[in-house]
Design a protein around this ligand. Structure first.
Ligand SMILES: Cc1cc2nc3c(=O)[nH]c(=O)nc-3n(C[C@H](O)[C@H](O)[C@H](O)COP(=O)(O)OP(=O)(O)OC[C@H]3O[C@@H](n4cnc5c(N)ncnc54)[C@H](O)[C@@H]3O)c2cc1C
Ligand code: FES
Ligand code: FES
Length: 496
C-alpha cells in the first residue's frame, strides 16, 4: 500500500536540524572521492552520523554539503590475510566488539568497543568515524594506538598509510587531508606471547571516558619484551606514555613495577578540568588504571603464548541496494525535496523530504506516530529508538533521506494485528516496569531487539543492552525483571 500523509504536526518542535545542506549519496568509492574533490571546502563526510549530525544540530558546523558514504560498497567488514587484520572504516563499533577474531587476538580493541557509548551508538557509530572525529576522549583510539594500528587513507591522488600517532594532530584535528577518506585500519597479527587490555572509567555506563587506558605487552617467560601504553581523555589527543613504557621494558613483571609505571604515567599525561572530571582525579585514576591494565595484559600474554590464528570474517561489499537494484549516485540540493519510500510498521509510505529532514520528524509529524519520542535530540537518552531494518537506530540522529527504502518498526508496531499487546509490553505492565512516557518506548524497542538477537540473555546482557536508555529518575530492577520474564531461560515456575 502506498500513501502520502502531508499534514505537518504543528505542536512539536522536533525539527531541530535547522542547517540546510546539499546531499550526495555516492554509489562507489571512486565517486565519493570525486565528489569530495568537487566540493572542496564545503563537504562533510557522513558515516554513522553520531558525531556529524549532532554537530550540525548544535550549529558547531556550517555544512555546505553532506556526502553520505554509509552505503558505499567495500568499506565495511573485517578481513584477514598475510599476517594482518583489515577493518573497513565503515565497520560499526558493535561488529568489532562481537567479532570472535578480534576478541581472541586484539582484546584491547574488543573491550574498547564494549565500553563504548550505548548499544544504539555502538550499532550506528563506525570505527572510521571514531578516528576521524579526532576526539581525545575516544575509546577505540587508545586501543588502536597501543596495538600499533596503521591507517590507510585514500584520495584521488593515491593512497598513503599513517600510524595512529601520525594521524592525531590536536583536539578534533587529524592528518586527514581535504578530499581524503579513511579506508581501513590494519593490525599486525600479534606474536605469540602478546596480550592486550583496555579499561575505561566514566560517570555512567554509556558516557564518554573520564579516562581510559590500553596496554599491549609481550613476554618471554617472566620478562617483558615489549610494552605500549596509551591513554584517552587525559590530554589534547589520545597519547602514549613513553616514560612509563620504559619502566617496564626488559624487566620481570611484578605488581609493584606496574604501580611504578602508573606513577610515571600519571605525571606524563596532560589532563585538564572539564565537565566530566578534574585534572587531579584523572592523575589519580591513571595511576590505578595503569596498574590494572598492565596486570590484565600480562596475564593474557601468558594465555596467548603459543596460540595460533583465530577465525576472521570477510570484507563485505554490496553493489546492490536492499531491493537488489544496482546502486546509483543520488544528489539532492538543499532546497529540493526528494521522494523516499519507508515501510513503517508493515505499511509502505512515500514522502517528499528535504535533505535536513530527520527520520524522527517524518515519524512524528507526517505519520503522527508520536510513540517515538523526542527527548535529548543528541543521541543520549534513547527515547527516539526505532528498529531500522531490524537494527536499533536513533531517529533523532538519522536523516530521513538516508533511510530511503528501509523498513521501520516503531513502538506502535509492536501491537499485534488485532490490537493485542506484544508479550514484552504485557510483561512491562505486569512487572510495573515503567520509566516515564518518554523513556518507556525506547526501552521496549531495545528490549525487543535484544530478545530477537539473544532469546536467553543474562541479567548482565539485559543491563548492558539497555544501558543507553537507563534514566536516573526511576528504578531499573523492575525493567530487568520484565525483560527476564520474556526470555527462554526464565525459571519454569515463572513460565506458568
Ligand atoms: C550519545 C553519544 C555517545 C557517545 N559515546 C561515545 C563513547 O563512549 N566513546 C567514543 O569513543 N565515542 C562516543 N561517541 C562519539 C561517536 O559516537 C563516535 O566517535 C563514533 O564512532 C563516530 O562514528 P560515526 O560513524 O557516527 O561518525 P560520523 O558522525 O558519521 O563522522 C564523524 C567524523 O568523521 C568523519 N568521517 C567519518 N568517516 C570517515 C571516513 N571513512 N573518512 C573520512 N572522514 C570520515 C566525518 O566527516 C565526521 O567529521 C558518542 C556520541 C554520542 C552522540
Ligand atoms: S537519543 Fe534521540 S531523542 Fe534522545
Ligand atoms: S526522563 Fe523518563 S524516566 Fe527519567
Amino acid at each position: 500500500m502506498s500513501e502520502e500523509i502531508v499534514h505537518e504536526h504543528q505542536m512539536t518542535n522536533t525539527h531541530i536540524l535547522v542547517g540546510e545542506f546539499d546531499y550526495w549519496e555516492p554509489a562507489s568509492f571512486e565517486e565519493a572521492l570525486s565528489l569530495l574533490r568537487a566540493n572542496t571546502g564545503r563537504a562533510h563526510v557522513l558515516a554513522g552520523g553520531t558525531n556529524l549530525i549532532t554537530w550540525i544540530k548544535m550549529e558547531r558546523l556550517a555544512v555546505g554539503c553532506v556526502i553520505n558514504i554509509g552505503k558505499v560498497p567495500g568499506l565495511a567488514g573485517i578481513a584477514s590475510g598475510d599476517g594482518k587484520l583489515d577493518i573497513g572504516a565503515l565497520t560499526t563499533i558493535r561488529a568489532i566488539r562481537n567479532d570472535p577474531a578480534i576478541q581472541a587476538q586484539y582484546a584491547a580493541l574488543a573491550e574498547a568497543c564494549a565500553a563504548f557509548g550505548s548499544t544504539q551508538i555502538q550499532m550506528m557509530g563506525t570505527i572510521g568515524g571514531n578516528l576521524c572525529n579526532g576526539s581525545p576522549a575516544s575509546d577505540t583510539v587508545p586501543a588502536l594506538l597501543a596495538l600499533d594500528a596503521q591507517l590507510v587513507l585514500a584520495g584521488l591522488d593515491g593512497e598513503r598509510t599513517l600510524s595512529v600517532e601520525e594521524f592525531l594532530v590536536g583536539p578534533g584535528k587529524t592528518a586527514l587531508r581535504e578530499g581524503e577518506l579513511l579506508v581501513s585500519i590494519r593490525l599486525q597479527r600479534p606474536q605469540p606471547g602478546t596480550g592486550s587490555a583496555f579499561i575505561k572509567i566514566s560517570r555512567v555506563a554509556a558516557d564518554l571516558a573520564k579516562a581510559n587506558a590500553a596496554a599491549v605487552l609481550a613476554r618471554e617467560g617472566d620478562r617483558i619484551t615489549a610494552c605500549r601504553l596509551a591513554f584517552g581523555s587525559v590530554g589534547p589527543t589520545v597519547l602514549r606514555a613513553w616514560k612509563a613504557e620504559e619502566v617496564f621494558l626488559g624487566q620481570p613483571f611484578s605488581p609493584e613495577l606496574a604501580l611504578e609505571a602508573g606513577r610515571v604515567a600519571s605525571q606524563e599525561i596532560q589532563p585538564i578540568d572539564d565537565v566530566r572530571s578534574t585534572a587531579w582525579y584523572r592523575r589519580e585514576v591513571v595511576e590505578a588504571l595503569t596498574h590494572d591494565v598492565l596486570q590484565l595484559a600480562w596475564e593474557r600474554a601468558g594465555e596467548q603464548e603459543g596460540r595460533g590464528d583465530g577465525e576472521t570474517g570477510r570484507q563485505a561489499g554490496t553493489e546492490t541496494d536492499a531491493q537488489g537494484n544496482a546502486r546509483i549516485t543520488h544528489h539532492v540540493s538543499r532546497s529540493a525535496e526528494h521522494d523516499i519510500k519507508l515501510t513503517v510498521n508493515g505499511v509502505e509510505h512515500r514522502f517528499k523530504v528535504k535533505p535536513n529532514k530527520l527520520l524522527l520528524n517524518v515519524l512524528r509529524e507526517r505519520l503522527h506516530l508520536t510513540g517515538t519520542k523526542y527527548g535529548c535530540g543528541i543521541g543520549e537518552c534513547g527515547a527516539c529508538t526505532v528498529l531500522l531494518d531490524g537494527r536499533p537506530t536513533l531517529a533523532c540522529l538519522t536523516l530521513a533521506i538516508a533511510a530511503d527504502g528501509s523498513e521501520v518498526l516503531t513502538v506502535e508496531g509492536l501491537e499485534g494485528p488485532g490490537g493485542e499487546l506484544d508479550p514484552l509490553q504485557e510483561a512491562f505492565i505486569e512487572h510495573a516496569a515503567f520509566q516515564c512516557g518518554y523513556c518507556t518506548p525506547g526501552m521496549l524497542m531495545m528490549s525487543k531487539n535484544l530478545l530477537q538477537e539473544n532469546p536467553s540473555p543474562t541479567e548482565n546482557d539485559i543491563r548492558d543492552h539497555l544501558k543507553g536508555n537507563r534514566c536516573r529518575c526511576t528504578g531499573f530492577a523492575s525493567i530487568v525483571r520484565a525483560v527476564s520474564s520474556c526470555t527462554h531461560s526464565r525459571a519454569p515456575e515463572e513460565q506458568m
